[in-house]
Design a protein around this ligand. Sequence first.
Ligand SMILES: [Zn+2]
Length: 351
Amino acid sequence: MMKIIKIRLKIVPLFAITLIFIFFLIIYSFKKAGNTAVLNELNEKGNFIKYAKFSVNYEALNKAFQLDINSQNLKNKLNFIDMLAYLGAMYGGKFEGSYKSKDLENLAKKLQEGESIEKLTKNMKFFPYYKEVYSAVLGEFIGKYKVQVKNKISENDVAFEEKYGLKVFFPIAKTFSCSHYRDFGASRSFGYQRPHLGHDITAGIGTPVIAVESGKVECVGWNKYGGWRIGIRSFDKKRYYYYAHLRKNKPYHPKIKEGELIKAGDVIGYVGRTGYSEKENVNNIETSHLHLGIQLIFDESQKESDNEIWIDLYAITEFLKKNKSEVYKDKKTKEYYRKYDFSEKYFEEQN
Ligand SMILES: [Zn+2]
């Protein structure tokens, strides 16, 4: 009898411990399954950037660009996006009031002495984020391209020259006057109260509009806000360029059709004041201007959504003044064309 009780006394705690163990094991596996489910959901929805601002100022953009260009013949080449992302991580993305050219000079010096950007940014938690955002904005701004240039011997003869540098253009043709100011986020009230998600460049009606970057025409036609507009998608798919309020009656250059490939610097249309109307071909904009927008697309689901990412283009527009496309007018058709042809890798691959 005593023996049985002793055995029972030993079994009861053992049993209880086992029960508790099983209980925690079940809880743990549920939790783990839950975490995995959340992770799976995140992966399915995509772990992409959903919020981004571009606050790099003109001075930083310009200096980083110069450093990149000037380093191309040196042993340690500098990358302007890496350098801007370093500063972005350092300033928390806010360049205005934080940017000092000395910061950029010091960084460039270290990189040219052979230090790697990976090592220099090892403890910068947000460097990868800024690198991805700035790459989405500026990824195709600098690189190799071919452009026709005047032959030094004969004025009328042009030849292709291979270059490395800025391969995006100012959105208004060379020699045409225009003006712009900081207007991103200003209030607009047609249709509904909303912030201004682009950049307005004031110019006369009929001023040739230039494709900033090469890409594919994704949409053409009337939009009740933008009037006659063109949407061009960059070849890397990350940027959607929106050119709006084009000229009444004759908004587009003849080559503009959905699906058409456009070269940076091409004439794509003409400045006007169409828009703010459900009805097509109506001039409801007071001052003729080009509305330029750049939407960043990290995932296709963002293209037309409630969370579209449009960026401030003031500094970029200032920066693009370095590269204006020269045009001429065809006397018969009154159409404008670029004077010097241009080519880059995407077009070379097509042939
Ligand atoms: Zn606008």
